[in-house]
Every structure is written in structure tokens, then in C-alpha cells.
Write a protein that binds this ligand. Structure first.
Ligand code: B12
Ligand code: SF4
Length: 463
């Protein structure tokens, strides 16, 4: 006899924000569902990423009363729709407990719990699998107590209680291998960003895989360090099992979601060697810090199917790199780009515009660096401020923002870092970069007004 699930996990829409939610079933939400299954709890997932009106969502939530716990992912970009969804769920099922998790609410838990005490019951800060399972055990089985749950924030006698986060040390291999169904992969692959990166191969299905969480960097605009802590890897065999699962379904292309996949050289070497030994005919791309790669490993990565590496260059100016706490000397690592190109791996760099100290001169340095590096792809963004980042703290201290900003439906989706420059200045800097590359651009893609992706061709005559 099948048992009705008492746990619902929801990927929110982006109706209020009027943006595209490019995550049809976020990797993290799927990981939580699969982790619960390991612990013998069944959870249903509702994916509202492409739903554009609340009537449809209400209809899909008709049976919501059956769920004792409703968990919703909250990234900054969907924060208003998440609140609308909480209101709707509480209206339809007042006794269900609503739990939020994800990088936005993890750093604004008190703000949200105080402002929305009627519709948000719990917030889990940071990594979700273990604490969500602990919470489910308390609510459904009456096991343990709330104060034993890592990283849980909740109401108690008119106060907000914030439990310490300690489960970051959970062994990665205790988590499940995340595998999407073919239908979900098809949905995921509609994302503009994926189509752009994989170009001609866009007809083939691409699967996201992950070897690690966290990053050894601590850049000022990124919440990674505060969110995940030190970088932790799955075992090589666990990653291989993920690849081989998809391989057996005919999938040959992989998007490695890690922030700095190559950081652990032994892991990378062992992974590439196994792919080659097993003759898995796959293609994959990954992100890397510039200081994570050495000359020997890059040809091995190529042999194992790596066709693109994306580097968070951010700027060609050492002053800016120091200001944003990149913790590397660019001139010491410029040869990495040469090694990548020499191995016939496509080179992508991302540039963020508007850090402390940005000026006409630093932008000129960035342009000079780009012309020297000659990447195949460049993505430029105007710097935005996300909660949980050192940049956000600077913005707060300067009185440019306060936590309640995020609750105001009238406010811009995510604020630009306008501490030193206006948005117009930042756009002018972005135009400077794009204009300087104009004759090398083979195609471009404007994800939004503030972000431009370029594919570049470098002919000898233009060098
Ligand atoms: C892959 C990725 C992308 C892909 C998305 C592909 C896809 N279709 O999903 C691409 C490249 C397209 C992308 C784009 C962007 N991204 Co992105 N991306 C990531 C990345 C590297 C991995 C996401 C992931 O799957 N993580 C792994 C899973 C396991 O983690 P998770 O989803 O966070 O889930 C865990 C917890 O959050 C928590 N949790 C999550 N949901 C829930 C729900 C409940 C109920 C509970 C209890 C817990 C919980 O538990 C989960 C398991 O531990 C993260 C950085 C990172 N390392 O996480 C950035 C990240 C998510 N991206 C970010 C940003 C800012 C962007 C962009 C806006 C960047 C830009 N300038 O354009 C765009 C816009 C996206 C959009 N339109 O919405 C930020 C989000 C910050 C924020 N506060 O929201 C992150 C965190 C990077 C960072 N450190 O700043 N991104
Ligand atoms: S290197 Fe990338 S992922 Fe790591 S802290 Fe810096 S921006 Fe974040």
C-alpha cells in the first residue's frame, strides 16, 4: 500500500520578480529529497520554476494539507515569490510547518522570521540535508528536540532562537549521488546560459555533476566561504558513479557545478585517470581559480574530456584584485591561460565591474589583460551585493543598505554596489570593455541589462 508523503519540497517561481528562474529543480533541493529517502522519508517535489501565475500554483497546491512540512528553496532572486508562496501555503494549510533554506535566507534568518512570523516557521542556515532530516524527525516522529538541530532558526516564546551550525563537517559521501530524470534534464537544458556555453552541442543533454562544496577563496562579493566553509570533496568513486549513471543513459556532456573543481590536485588526477582508463567518451567544463591549476594537469584534463575552463578573473588590475580579496598575484599566474590554450581547451573568464577602487584606469588595465589573455569567452557583470558577503557588510556599514531592504517589494531585485559609482558609471565601464573587444566578438548574449556574455575570435591580424 503506498503511503502519502508528509513532506513537500518546492522550487519557487519568479512571478513577482519577472525574471527567469533557471533552476528547474535545484540541485540542492533534489539532494535533500534523496537524502531523506536514504533515511526512509518520502518527499514530493513541486517545481514552479516556469509557472507564471498564482492561479496555476493554487491548483497544484490543492492537496497541500496532506503535508506536515513544506520546504522551500530561497535564492535572493526569488525572494518575493517565495514569500507569496509561503502566504499561499499557510492559507491553504495553516497547520503545515513552513521551512525555508538556501543562500538568501541563511544570512537573513532573523529578519525573515521577525517580519513573517505568521508564515515562516523555520529557517535552516547553510547546508540543508542533515538539519532538514533532523527537523523532519522532530516534527513527524517526535524524536529529539529543536535545540539539537544544527543551523536551525525558529520562534520560541516570542524570541528567535538560532542554533549553531556544526554539521558543515558532515562527510560528503554520506550524501546521495544527485541524479536528475531525463525529463528534468531536458527542462534544465532549456536554460539560455547552458545553450550559450555548449553552443552546437545544445541538442545533446547535459547533466550537472558535483565533486565538492565550498571554496578555498574568500572574495568580497561571494557568500561561499560563509555558506559552505572549507571545501569538501566527495570520494572519486562517488563522482565516477554519478558520471557512469548518466553515461549508461547515453549522456555524454557534463556541467561541473563546483566553484573550484581543480583545487584538489590528487582528486583531479585520480578522476581524470579513471575517465581515461574506463574510456568514457565524455565532454565537461568546470570553474577554477587561476591559482588552482598547474602545467601537468591541464593536458590530462583535456584527455579526460575537459573542453572549457571558466576562471573568475574579475579584473585585470592588481589593485582591484587586492581590494576584493582575491588573494593572488595575477602576474604570477598569467601563464595558466597559455597552458589552457596550448591544451586546446576553451578559455572563459568572468569580469565583475565596480569593486572598491574601480576607475577608468583599472578598466583600462582589465581591457589590456583581456587582449593579452585572448579568452574564447568573456562574461561581464555589474557588481551586485548579496547577503552573507563581505561586500554586503561594507554596504551596510556605509549606510547604503539595511537588512529590511530585502523585504521591500518596491525595491530593485538585487542592488548594485553603488558605494563609489552610479549604475550609469558602471554601465559605461561595461560598455568600454565590450567596445574594446568589438572587432573580436563572434556572438553575444545579454542575460540581463547588467550582464553580457561574449564569444570572441582572435585572428592573428587583430592581435
Ligand atoms: C550552478 C550555479 C549556477 C548555474 C545554475 C544552473 C542551474 N540550472 O541550476 C548558472 C551558471 C546558470 C548560475 C547563474 C547565476 N547564479 Co549561480 N550558482 C551556481 C552554483 C555554483 C551551484 C548551485 C548549486 O547547485 N549548488 C549545490 C547545491 C547542493 O547547493 P544549494 O542549491 O545551495 O542547496 C543547498 C542549500 O542551499 C540548502 N537548501 C537549498 N534549498 C533548500 C530548501 C530547504 C527547505 C532547506 C532546508 C535547505 C535548502 O540545502 C541544499 C543542500 O545542502 C552556486 C554556488 C554554490 N556553490 O552553491 C551559485 C549561486 C547559487 N549563484 C548565484 C548567483 C548570484 C547567480 C547569478 C545571479 C549570477 C549572475 N551574475 O548572473 C545567476 C542567475 C541565476 C538566475 N537566473 O536565477 C549565487 C546566489 C546567491 C544568492 N544569495 O542567491 C550563488 C550562491 C553563488 C555565490 N556564492 O554568490 N548559477
Ligand atoms: S574564488 Fe569564486 S567561489 Fe571562491 S570565494 Fe572567490 S568568487 Fe567565491
Amino acid at each position: 500500500m503506498s503511503h502519502l508523503s508528509e513532506i513537500l519540497l518546492i522550487n519557487p517561481p519568479s512571478i513577482k520578480e519577472k525574471t527567469e528562474n533557471i533552476q528547474p529543480i535545484p540541485y540542492g533541493l533534489l539532494s535533500i529529497k534523496l537524502y531523506l529517502e536514504q533515511k526512509y522519508f518520502q518527499a514530493d517535489i513541486l517545481n514552479f520554476s516556469s509557472v507564471t501565475n498564482w492561479e496555476k500554483i493554487s491548483k497544484k497546491l490543492q492537496n497541500v494539507q496532506q503535508y506536515k512540512i513544506i520546504g522551500i528553496t530561497c535564492y535572493t532572486r526569488q525572494r518575493f515569490s517565495v514569500l507569496e508562496l509561503c502566504k499561499l501555503c499557510k492559507k491553504l494549510s495553516p497547520t503545515s510547518k513552513i521551512v525555508l533554506g538556501g543562500p538568501h535566507v541563511s544570512f537573513l534568518d532573523e529578519t525573515y522570521l521577525l517580519a513573517y512570523s505568521d508564515i515562516v516557521d523555520f529557517i535552516i542556515r547553510g547546508e540543508g540535508e542533515v538539519p532538514f532530516h533532523q527537523l523532519v524527525s522532530v516534527i513527524i516522529n517526535g524524536e529529539n528536540t529543536l535545540d539539537q538541530i544544527d543551523g536551525l532558526s525558529y520562534h520560541s516564546d516570542g524570541r528567535i532562537i538560532r542554533n549553531e551550525v556544526s554539521c558543515k563537517i558532515a562527510e560528503m559521501d554520506t550524501f546521495p549521488i544527485v541524479t536528475y530524470s531525463l525529463d528534468d534534464l531536458r527542462e534544465l537544458n532549456k536554460s539560455q546560459s547552458i545553450v550559450f556555453h555548449f553552443d552546437g552541442e545544445a541538442n545533446e543533454l547535459i547533466a550537472p555533476i558535483m565533486a565538492s562544496r565550498g571554496c578555498n577563496g574568500a572574495c568580497s562579493f561571494c557568500c561561499n566561504k560563509a555558506f559552505w566553509g572549507e571545501q569538501r570533496y566527495f570520494s572519486r568513486d562517488k563522482l565516477l558513479a554519478q558520471v557512469e549513471h548518466y553515461y549508461s543513459l547515453g549522456i555524454r556532456l557534463f556541467d561541473i557545478y563546483d566553484d573550484n573543481f581543480p583545487n584538489n590536485k590528487d582528486f583531479l588526477k585520480a578522476f581524470c585517470t579513471e575517465i581515461i582508463k574506463k574510456r568514457l567518451d565524455i565532454g565537461w567544463w568546470c570553474s577554477s581559480r587561476i591559482d588552482a591549476l598547474d602545467e601537468d594537469i591541464i593536458p590530462l584534463m583535456k584527455k579526460a574530456g575537459c573542453f572549457l575552463i571558466s576562471f573568475g578573473l574579475e579584473s585585470g588590475s592588481q589593485i582591484i584584485l587586492d581590494n576584493l580579496n582575491k588573494k593572488l598575484n595575477l602576474s604570477d599566474h598569467m601563464h595558466v591561460f597559455e597552458w589552457v590554450k596550448a591544451s586546446d581547451i576553451d578559455l572563459r573568464v568572468t569580469i565583475s565591474i565596480g569593486h572598491c577602487g574601480e576607475s577608468h584606469n583599472t578598466i583600462t588595465e582589465t581591457i589590456t589583460a583581456l587582449k593579452h589573455i585572448k579568452p574564447n569567452q568573456v562574461a561581464t557583470y555589474l557588481l551586485k551585493v548579496y547577503p552573507g558577503t563581505p561586500l554586503y557588510d561594507i554596504f551596510c556599514k556605509q549606510g547604503c543598505i539595511e537588512d529590511k531592504y530585502w523585504l521591500d517589494y518596491e525595491k530593485n531585485i538585487v542592488p548594485f554596489f553603488t558605494y563609489e559609482h552610479s549604475i550609469e558609471d558602471l554601465q559605461a565601464y561595461q560598455d568600454m570593455i565590450v567596445d574594446s573587444l568589438r572587432q573580436n566578438i563572434s556572438s553575444s548574449c545579454h542575460d540581463e541589462l547588467d550582464s553580457v556574455e561574449l564569444k570572441l575570435l582572435w585572428k592573428d591580424s587583430l592581435q
